[in-house]
Design a protein around this ligand. Structure first.
Ligand SMILES: Nc1ncnc2c1ncn2[C@@H]1O[C@H](COP(=O)(O)OP(=O)(O)OP(=O)(O)O)[C@@H](O)[C@H]1O
Ligand SMILES: [Mg+2]
Length: 367
C-alpha cells in the first residue's frame, strides 16, 4: 500500500529509468485515419487527441461504439502508427524506439484483452503461461520461477492447484485471472485493458474489478481502461476521457465530470447510464455522423440540444478549461452542478452495485 511498484521487487541490475515527473504516456494531438473504400476515402478514427497518463493513475476511456476507444489503445500500444501528432512513452517517441527501448516498452506496458481465453495458448499450462514472460524478460533465475508463479497466482487469487492445468480446464473467471497474472508477470507499470470485463457475469465482473482495484493500490499500476460502463469508470478510474467520433470531448477527474458534466454529450451518456451491468445505449436525438464524412463545425451538433449557429462554423478542439479538465465544446453546460442529472444518485448507485462484495471465500488469503 505504499508508493508505485513498492510491492514488486525490482531485481538487481534493473535498467528501468528512475521514476520521474514525466508522464508514462503523452499523446500530443494524435490523429489516426484509415483508408477506406479501396483508398478512395479516409476515415478519421482519432482527431486531435491529447492525453497524458502518469505513473500509478487510472484513466477510463468511455464513449459509444465507433468513438475510437480501441484505436486509441492500439496507438498507445504501438500497434498502429499515428497519421499525425506524436505518442511519447516517457521521453521517447513510440515510432522511433530502438531495440532496447522496445523491449522495455514490451515489459512495462501490459495488455489484457476482452477475449482472455483466445489470448492464451491453449496448449500451455498455467505454470508455463506465467513463467514465460518472467523468463523472456530475464526477471528471475530459473530456480526462482516456480516461486514467482506461485506469487503471481496468489496476487490474482487463484489456488495453486491450477498450475498444471491448461486453459480449457479452467472456468471463465479463472481464465481472466490467469490473463491478468500473465500481464503482471513482466512487472509492468501500465496495464491497458480494452473491454476486458464487458460481457461477463455480474459477479465475475465484480470480482475482476475488485482484483484490478486491489492491484492498482498494491502495485501502483497505472491503468487505461476502455469501458462502456460509467459505473466501471467511476469505480476503477480517477480520470475519465469521454470520446465522441474520434475526439476526447471531455476529460477530467471522474467524480467531478459526473457530478457536473460540461459537455452535452457527457450529460447524454449519464442520462443513458442504465445499470451497472447493462450496456451503454445513448438515446440522443439526431443522427450520428459518419467518421468518414464529418460535418463542418462541431461533430456533435446534430445531436445537441444546445447547438447554436456558430457550432456549424467552428470545430471545437480539445482544450484545457480548468485544473485537469479538458473540453471540446463552444457552449458548455453552465447550469448548477449536476446539470439536470442527479449525479449523486448515479454515483451512489454505482457504489452500491460494485460494493456487492464479491464472494471471496474461494480466494486464498494473500501472502
Ligand atoms: N483498421 C481499420 N480500418 C478502417 N476503419 C477502422 C479500422 N479500425 C477502426 N476503424 C474505424 O474507426 C472508428 C473507431 O473504431 P474503434 O474500434 O476505435 O471504436 P471503439 O470506440 O473501440 O468502438 P467499440 O465500442 O465498438 O469497440 C470506427 O468508425 C471504425 O469503423
Ligand atoms: Mg473497441
Amino acid at each position: 500500500m505504499t508508493g508505485p511498484m513498492a510491492a514488486v521487487p525490482i531485481p538487481a541490475g534493473d535498467t528501468r529509468p528512475e521514476h520521474s515527473s514525466l508522464p508514462l504516456f503523452s499523446l500530443l494531438d494524435v490523429e489516426k485515419s484509415f483508408a477506406i473504400d479501396g483508398g478512395r476515402r479516409r476515415l478519421r478514427a482519432l482527431d486531435g487527441v491529447r492525453l497524458t497518463v502518469h505513473a500509478g493513475e487510472s484513466i477510463a476511456l468511455v464513449g459509444e461504439s465507433g468513438s475510437g476507444k480501441s484505436t486509441l489503445v492500439r496507438v498507445m500500444l504501438g500497434l498502429e502508427q499515428v497519421s499525425n501528432g506524436r505518442v511519447l512513452f516517457g521521453a521517447n517517441d513510440l515510432s522511433s524506439l530502438d531495440r532496447a527501448q522496445r523491449r522495455l516498452f514490451a515489459r512495462e506496458v501490459a495488455c489484457i484483452y476482452q477475449d482472455a481465453r483466445g489470448s492464451l495458448n491453449p496448449r500451455m499450462t498455467v505454470t508455463d503461461l506465467l513463467a514465460e514472460p518472467v523468463r523472456l524478460h530475464g526477471l528471475r533465475e530459473r530456480a526462482e520461477l516456480p516461486g514467482r508463479v506461485d506469487e503471481l497466482l496468489a496476487m490474482v487469487g487463484l489456488p495453486a492447484d491450477v498450475r498444471a492445468k491448461v486453459p480449457s480446464e479452467l472456468s471463465g473467471g479463472q481464465v481472466r485471472r490467469v490473463a491478468v497474472a500473465r500481464a503482471l508477470a513482466s512487472e509492468p507499470r501500465v496495464l491497458v485493458a480494452d473491454e476486458s470485463v464487458a460481457g461477463l457475469d455480474v459477479s465475475v465482473q465484480a470480482q475482476l474489478l475488485n482484483l484490478l482495484r486491489d492491484l492498482q493500490r498494491s502495485q501502483g499500476l497505472a491503468m487505461v481502461f476502455v469501458t462502456h460502463d460509467l459505473g466501471v469508470a467511476t469505480y476503477l478510474c480517477e480520470r475519465v476521457a469521454v470520446m465522441y467520433l474520434g475526439r476526447i470531448v471531455e476529460l477530467g477527474r471522474t467524480r467531478e465530470v459526473l457530478a457536473a458534466p460540461l459537455h452535452p454529450y457527457t450529460r447524454g451518456l449519464m442520462r443513458a447510464f442504465p445499470r451497472f451491468d447493462a450496456p451503454l445505449v445513448v438515446s440522443l436525438p439526431g443522427e450520428i455522423p459518419s467518421a468518414a464524412n464529418l460535418p463542418a463545425g462541431c461533430r456533435f451538433r446534430s445531436r445537441c440540444d444546445r447547438a447554436r449557429p456558430d457550432c456549424a462554423l467552428e470545430d471545437p478542439t480539445q482544450r484545457l478549461v480548468g485544473r485537469d479538465r479538458h473540453l471540446a465544446c463552444l457552449h458548455p453546460l453552465d447550469d448548477a452542478p449536476g446539470a439536470g442529472v442527479d449525479s449523486r444518485r448515479l454515483i451512489e448507485s454505482v457504489d452500491r452495485a460494485v460494493v456487492i462484495e464479491p464472494d471471496r471465500r474461494d480466494l486464498p488469503e494473500r501472502p
